[in-house]
Design a protein around this ligand. Structure first.
Ligand SMILES: NC(=O)c1ccc[n+]([C@@H]2O[C@H](COP(=O)([O-])OP(=O)(O)OC[C@H]3O[C@@H](n4cnc5c(N)ncnc54)[C@H](O)[C@@H]3O)[C@@H](O)[C@H]2O)c1
Ligand SMILES: [Zn+2]
Ligand SMILES: [Zn+2]
Length: 380
C-alpha cells in the first residue's frame, strides 16, 4: 500500500509499505478513504515531539471502509463505512469508565500521562496512523462508529478530531449564558471552538490570530469579532479594553507550544529547542481572562514547560481545564447539531489533495501558504 512516511523533521515521503495485519482478535483493518492533516501533525513534522521515529506513518484524523476484522470483533463487518476517533482506548479501565478516553490506562504502557493515539510518535503508543491506504484499528469494538447515511463524509472526517476538539474546548470553558469567550488561534480547532461557544450560550466570541485570511474565516464561519495580534501594541491590553477592563470570562487556547508572538520564545523553542515550547499563548490566556475565570487549553504542549505564569493563574483564582479531546464523547451532540443544520463543519476545508502529494500538503499547511486552513487527503 501507499503510505505517508516520516523521514526526519520537515521530511515526508510517500512510500510502499505492507498492508497492516490483524495482530489481536479485536483489531480491524480499515481502508482509508479520507484523512486530514491536523495542527498536531505539525508538531511532529517540525521535530518537536519526542520519540517520533523515522519510518512511522502519521495521521489521526481519518475515515474509511472496514476491510477485515479480527475474530472477536462484534460491532463491525467488512464493508462498513466508519469514522475513527483519534484516541485509541479500551473503554473499560478506570479512566475510560469516567469518559476520559484520551487517558486510557491500557493502550500506552510507556507513558503515565498521554494515552494512545494513531500516528502520534512512540510517546503516544507507537501506533501507525491513517495517512495511508490502510490502517490497523486496535480495539475495533470501542472507538470506531458506523457513519450515518445522512452524514457527509467530510463532516464525518472532521468529527474524528478538529471538530470534536473545538467543541470540547468550548465545553471545558464551562461557558455560562452571556459569557465573553476569547479564542486564541484561528486554525481548525480555534474556529470550531469559537463556533461551539455560541452553541453553549456565549454572548460574545472574540478570535485572535495574526493571519488575516484565518481571521476572515473566524468572522464568516464562527461569527466572531476578531483582532490581529500583530496589529496592536499589546494584545492583552487590547483584550482588556474590549472586555470592560476586567478580562474575558473564558479564554480558550487553540494554539499550543509553537505559538508566535514573541521572537525570543520562538527562537529558543522552535528553532533551538532549548525549551519544550513557547508559553506565549498560554500566558496570554492567563493574562486576558478575568479573575476567577476559566482557561481551557486545547493547544498541545510538551511534557516540560518553563516561563508559564502559573503564579498569576494561582493568584487570579483561575480554573485551568485541559486534555486531549475524548473524541467520541462529543459525537452524540455534534451529530444533533449537524443534522439540525446548525453546523456545517466542512465549510472550513480549503484544500483536497491526493495522498501522493502529501509532502506538499504538509509544507503548505506548515508555512500557511495559499490561505490554507484545513487539508483533506484523498486516497482513491
Ligand atoms: N487537545 C486536543 O485534543 C487537540 C486536538 C487537535 C489539535 N490540538 C492542538 O490544537 C492546536 C491547534 O490546532 P490546529 O489544527 O487548529 O492548528 P493550526 O496550526 O492550523 O492553528 C494554530 C493557529 O494559531 C495561530 N497562532 C500562532 N501563535 C498565536 C498566538 N500567540 N495567539 C493566537 N494565535 C496564534 C496560528 O497563526 C494558527 O492560525 C495545536 O497545538 C494542536 O496540536 C489539540
Ligand atoms: Zn489532531
Ligand atoms: Zn481504557
Amino acid at each position: 500500500m501507499r503510505a505517508m512516511v516520516y523521514r526526519g523533521p520537515y521530511r515526508i515521503r510517500v512510500e510502499e509499505k505492507d498492508i497492516p495485519k490483524i495482530e489481536h482478535p479485536n483489531d480491524a483493518i480499515v481502508r482509508v478513504t479520507r484523512a486530514a492533516i491536523c495542527g498536531s501533525d505539525l508538531h511532529l513534522y517540525h521535530g518537536m515531539m519526542p520519540d517520533t521515529r523515522v519510518g512511522t506513518t502519521f495521521g489521526h484524523e481519518f475515515i474509511g471502509v472496514v476491510h477485515e476484522v479480527g475474530s472477536s470483533v462484534e460491532n463491525l463487518t467488512p464493508g462498513d463505512r466508519v469514522m475513527v476517533p483519534f484516541n485509541i482506548y479500551c473503554g473499560t479501565c478506570y479512566f475510560c469508565s469516567k469518559g476520559l478516553y484520551s487517558n486510557c490506562h491500557n493502550v500506552n504502557p510507556n507513558a503515565t500521562a498521554v494515552g494512545g493515539m494513531y500516528g502520534y510518535s512512540h510517546t503516544s503508543g507507537g501506533y501507525d496512523g491513517g495517512q495511508a491506504e490502510y490502517v490497523r484499528v486496535p480495539l475495533a469494538d470501542v472507538g470506531p462508529s458506523i457513519i450515518p447515511d445522512w452524514l457527509h463524509e467530510e463532516d464525518a472526517l472532521l468529527m474524528t478530531d478538529a471538530l470534536s476538539t473545538g467543541y470540547f474546548g468550548a465545553q471545558l470553558g464551562d461557558i455560562v449564558e452571556g459569557d465573553t469567550v476569547v479564542v486564541l488561534g484561528a486554525g481548525p480547532v480555534g474556529l470550531f471552538a469559537a463556533r461551539s461557544a455560541w452553541l453553549m450560550g456565549a454572548g460574545r466570541v472574540i478570535v485572535i490570530d495574526h493571519l488575516d485570511y484565518r481571521l476572515k474565516m473566524a468572522r464568516e464561519f464562527a461569527f466572531a469579532e476578531t483582532t490581529n495580534f500583530n496589529q496592536v501594541n499589546d494584545i492583552v491590553v487590547e483584550l482588556k479594553k474590549q472586555t470592560d477592563g476586567l478580562g474575558a470570562d473564558v479564554v480558550i487556547d487553540a494554539v499550543g507550544a509553537e505559538a508566535d508572538g514573541n521572537l525570543l520564545q520562538h527562537i529558543t523553542t522552535t528553532k533551538f529547542k532549548l525549551q519544550g515550547g513557547s508559553p506565549v499563548a498560554l500566558n496570554w490566556a492567563i493574562d486576558a481572562v478575568r479573575k476567577g475565570g476559566t482557561v481551557s487549553v486545547m493547544g498541545a504542549y510538551g511534557p516540560l514547560f518553563s516561563a508559564v505564569k502559573f503564579g498569576d493563574a494561582m493568584n487570579k483564582g483561575l480554573t485551568i481545564r485541559t486534555n486531549q479531546a475524548p473524541v467520541k464523547r462529543q459525537w452524540p451532540r455534534l451529530l444533533e447539531h449537524i443534522q439540525a443544520g446548525r453546523l456545517s463543519p466542512r465549510d472550513i476545508i480549503t484544500h483536497r489533495i491526493p495522498l501522493d502529494d502529501i509532502a506538499e500538503g504538509y509544507h503548505m499547511f506548515s508555512a500557511k501558504l495559499d490561505d490554507c486552513i484545513k487539508t483533506v487527503i484523498t486516497t482513491e
